[in-house]
Design a protein around this ligand. Structure first.
Ligand SMILES: [Zn+2]
Length: 280
């Protein structure tokens, strides 16, 4: 799933192109993709978008007249493209906006499961629906992070990717951030020392800013992720492999946590959580 750095890079890329001319035609949208019916998508037609914005992992396209917001959430498999006038687009996109200059904003979603969403609402309704989101991950300093951690006694990996606690981080960057901070994914949020909280806050900024800089330059996962999906690779922190070995993973039903035993768990290898669930 695209996370804050990738989505922020898209927002910066799309900001100019989507606001150059008014919307000529909005839709069609896949029936499972379009989440709102009133106002209809046609209400966008003839209006100009103000640009592209972001809140957490949501892309927001407010209209210049301040009356509507087009919101897109890509979930795992959704992808957005901006097509030049006359460019050949996908046959049946999940959603499409055509602009008066002939360019198109196109949402596609791989796979049979349609999970990405498109909403067209007033700014007030959009704000109400996003009110549950925590602060933007890049706005959080050590003091605010300490409050967030103290309010919710959870495993760090689970807390970091909870959008209600912090907005923008998902599974991949939770792996990256905890590795950078040298903290176990399974440490409890309320049990960190002040020094560990500071390290975690610094790691959030270092990791997300580095990733954003790479994404803006069009770099892909293999350049951005240093530990995520790198099972068996040597740890980039360059320590002796005998002390915990290469990058490990712990599998859950729906996702995998990657970590370096030497950097994060004092050399301890974590048990496969799927297996332990079966044996319980
Ligand atoms: Zn390491």
């Amino acid at each position: 799933m695209p996370e804050l750095p990738e989505i922020e890079a898209w927002v910066r890329d799309l900001d100019g192109p989507v606001s150059t001319t008014a919307v000529l035609r909005a839709g069609p949208a896949h029936i499972a993709t379009l989440k709102t019916f009133e106002p209809p998508l046609a209400a966008l037609e003839g209006r100009r978008l103000e640009g592209a914005r972001r809140r957490g992992k949501h892309l927001l396209f407010p209209t210049e007249d301040g009356e509507l917001v087009l919101r897109i959430h890509l979930m795992s498999a959704g992808r957005l493209r901006h097509l030049k006038a006359g460019a050949k687009g996908p046959k049946s996109p999940a959603f499409r906006v055509r602009f008066e200059d002939g360019t198109e904003l196109v949402l596609t979603e791989a796979g049979a499961k349609k999970r990405a969403g498109v909403w067209l609402q007033t700014p007030a309704a959009t704000e109400a629906e996003l009110a549950h989101l925590g602060p933007e991950a890049l706005d959080v300093d050590a003091r605010l992070l300490r409050e967030i951690l103290a309010n919710d006694n959870r495993r760090l990996h689970s807390l970091l990717r909870d959008q209600r606690a912090l907005a923008g981080i998902g599974r991949a960057h939770a792996n990256e951030i905890l590795w950078r901070a040298g903290l176990s994914p399974f440490s409890l949020s309320t049990q960190l020392t002040d020094e560990e909280v500071e390290r975690l806050a610094a790691a959030i900024h270092e990791d997300l800013e580095r990733a954003l800089e790479l994404r803006v330059r069009g770099k892909s996962d293999k350049d951005v992720y240093l530990i995520h999906r790198r099972l068996g690779d040597p740890c980039r922190h360059g320590h002796d492999a005998s002390n915990g070995g290469p990058i490990h993973q712990v599998d859950y039903e729906e996702h995998t946590v990657f970590y370096c035993p030497a950097c994060q768990t004092g050399g301890r290898i974590l048990k496969d959580r799927r297996l332990s669930r079966l044996l319980r």
